[in-house]
Design a protein around this ligand. Structure first.
Ligand SMILES: *[C@@H]1O[C@H](CO)[C@@H](O)[C@H](O)[C@H]1NC(C)=O
Length: 79
């Protein structure tokens, strides 16, 4: 019984969450270049001018006024 639950939560974490769970966008003190098109950018992108406490392999949401928040590490941002 217990192992089924563990299996299910592992499954949810590894497969379901990146797709289904829109992870909270956290304010990590990052900044984006003004005029950046609203969207998601990796930490390495020049759109993200200040990482704050976020990592270079995190994915960030930028808006056109330079606002920024982080969704945390993302596979597509791995270097
Ligand atoms: C951009 O994001 C910042 C920080 O989250 C927010 O304060 C600002 O209202 C946003 N601006 C727009 C145009 O969405």
């Amino acid at each position: 019984m217990r192992s089924i639950l563990i299996f299910l939560s592992l499954f949810a974490l590894t497969f379901a969450s990146p797709v289904l769970d829109k992870r909270a966008c956290r304010n990590v003190g990052c900044k984006c270049a003004k005029g950046t098109k609203q969207g998601q950018y990796c930490g390495i992108s020049s759109a993200v001018t200040v990482l704050g406490s976020g990592g270079i392999e995190d994915i960030y949401e930028c808006n056109s006024s330079g606002g920024c928040c982080s969704y945390g590490p993302a596979d597509k941002c791995r270097l």
